[in-house]
Ligand binder design. Structure first.
Ligand code: ADP
Ligand code: MG
Length: 525
């Protein structure tokens, strides 16, 4: 037992545990979180730059997407991880606005640092920030307009601006709107009904949307049709080939005439199986298993398009869009098992030949994205996900706000006025919060190569909430410029940035176990 006479220190933490307390803990955390935000801020907005990330194995990702950047880099610092969480939740709930959320969080911490330097207690700062966030949440509910038909495409375009896929924004935004129209059910949108496939080769502009599904297989015979309309579809779960038991006959063959006989039987059996298919006026067969070459030949002769070894999941999708049921043998086909497709085509995407199955009114679509290289394909996938997400969000949430930092500027003006009215330390925190919100228009102007101070001064002279920073960096009416975002993208980014910032500011004690000390839990006081 340790003597406890006041002279000897008492060890309550395991050896090797590191502890940082008070101001030191705070400034370490703030510095780490600010670093995260400064890492992504140059990518913000229409003039934002891209980042090239190289992993340990030499793999390269080129992206403009905040959440992707932060997911890719290995970050150790616990406070920095909290900021990355902000980007992740923003991405999960709102699809877009990840960089903005991180930039706001960084701005809030930077402003808090200034207040801490003036000996304002972190708890007071947190209270001021929370109050400001509440006012913002209330005010933002009064802003915006209900999305019109035309706005959907504009929202998609806003989400695409500044990304490498922007050059194809006409095509991609149209795809998003079409996809939404196909899969929406009432106010709901299930994004799982939008399948995304991407192919290397071709340009972003060659991307397209199929109402229905795409099967990554080619037809089995060059004489089979490549284009069908109002096609009758069979989904088959078994092979079209000789059954095992009949194959065993081979063992008993002793003289050449028997071979002939055997072949004749095989031929007749396959012909019969294909005959069943032909009898029902079927145009297309999607078979889960093998199709014998001879059967392929007979199918081709009948003008039937056949595809073999179709994945179970693809058959399931085909079942959904064509209304066909999965049949277990050609003998047992009944007409009600067959499905209908408006058109079926074999198409070439880059090097891949695929079968596209269009069905009008199918609640399932496939977005086919194209890009000339692997990197550009990946970036267009991310851009499509953002744009599709905000289009869906617009459908469910309805309200839109102008982009370009217009709302941030407006809310900052409101908070500054409120802060002055308060007059005390809480008021100072509210003004600091306002400055942090202005970080969005400031960064947009900065990334456009303009003087951020001039831009902020010009913005402060406007009164409505629709003036923001245009692509060129000037103050303009964003709604008129066609720059708009779902309200939730903005409100959620501000709310979660505040949350993370307050969490970080409240920490004054960081106790971390040494890696490998047997405990990987870390404790934050
Ligand atoms: P985030 O990850 O936050 O979505 P982005 O790089 O996509 O980051 O930039 C989003 C910001 O760019 C938003 O504030 C949005 O309003 C703004 N923005 C998008 N298009 C334009 C435009 N044409 N003019 C001005 N601002 C725009
Ligand atoms: Mg964006």
């Amino acid at each position: 037992m340790m003597p406890h006479d006041g002279q000897q220190p008492i060890y309550i933490l395991k050896e090797g545990t590191e502890r940082v307390t008070g101001n030191q803990a705070q400034s370490n955390n703030i510095a780490a979180a600010k670093l995260i935000s400064s890492a992504v801020r140059t990518t913000l907005g229409p003039m934002g730059m891209d980042k090239m990330l190289v992993d340990g194995g030499g793999g390269v990702v080129i992206t403009n997407d905040g959440a992707t950047i932060l997911n890719q880099v290995a970050i150790e610092h616990p406070a920095a991880k909290l900021v990355i969480e902000v980007a992740k939740t923003q991405d999960q709930h709102c699809y877009d606005g990840t960089t903005s959320a991180v930039v706001i969080c960084g701005g809030l911490l930077e402003q808090a640092e200034g207040l801490l330097d003036q000996q304002i207690h972190p708890t007071v700062i947190c209270r001021g920030y929370r109050h400001a966030a509440d006012l913002v949440a209330k005010e933002i509910e009064n802003l915006g307009w209900e999305a019109t038909e035309d706005d959907f495409k504009t929202v998609a375009k806003t989400a695409l601006t500044g990304k490498s896929a922007e050059a194809a924004n006409e095509v991609i935004s149209e795809m998003c709107v079409q996809a939404l129209d196909a899969v929406k059910e009432g106010d709901e949108v299930d994004l799982d009904n939008i399948k995304v496939l991407s192919f290397e080769g071709g340009t972003h502009n060659e991307s397209k949307l199929i109402e229905g599904v795409l099967i990554e297989k080619e037809r089995l015979h060059t004489e089979m049709p490549t284009d069908l309309t109002d096609a009758s579809v069979l989904l088959l779960s078994t092979a079209i080939e000789m059954k095992e038991s009949k194959m065993e006959a081979r063992l008993n063959i002793t003289d050449p005439s028997q071979i002939q006989e055997f072949l004749a039987i095989e031929e007749a059996t396959l012909k019969e199986m294909v005959g069943f298919i032909g009898m029902h006026g079927i145009n297309v067969v999607f078979c889960q298993k093998e199709i014998d070459d001879l059967a392929v030949h007979y199918l081709a002769k009948l003008g039937i398009l056949a595809v073999k070894r179709v994945k179970k999941s693809d058959l399931e999708a085909l079942r959904r869009v064509t209304g066909a049921s999965l049949v277990s043998s050609p003998e047992s086909i009944v007409d009600s098992d067959l499905g209908i497709a408006t058109s079926i085509e074999e198409e070439k995407f880059g090097e891949h030949r695929c079968i596209t199955v269009h069905t009008e009114g199918a609640r399932s679509v496939t977005a086919i994205l194209r890009g000339s290289t692997g990197h550009s394909v990946e970036e267009v996938e991310r851009a499509f996900a953002d744009a599709m997400g905000v289009v869906a969000l617009t459908h469910t949430e309805k309200t839109l706000l102008p982009g370009g930092g217009a709302v941030h500027g407006y809310l900052a003006r409101m908070l500054r006025a409120e802060g002055l009215r308060e007059g005390d330390r809480i008021g100072m925190a509210m003004e600091a919060y306002a400055t942090a919100l202005e970080g969005i228009p400031r960064t947009l102007a900065e990334n456009a190569g303009l003087d951020p101070v001039d831009a902020i001064i010009a913005l402060r002279q406007t009164e409505d909430y629709s003036h923001g920073i245009s692509v060129e960096g000037n103050v303009e009416d964003m709604a008129k410029q066609g720059v708009m975002e779902p309200r939730k993208v903005l409100s959620n980014a501000i709310a979660s940035a505040t949350e993370a910032c307050v969490m970080i500011l409240r920490i004054d004690d960081v106790i971390s176990m040494k890696p490998g000390s047997g405990q990987d839990t870390e404790m934050y006081g």
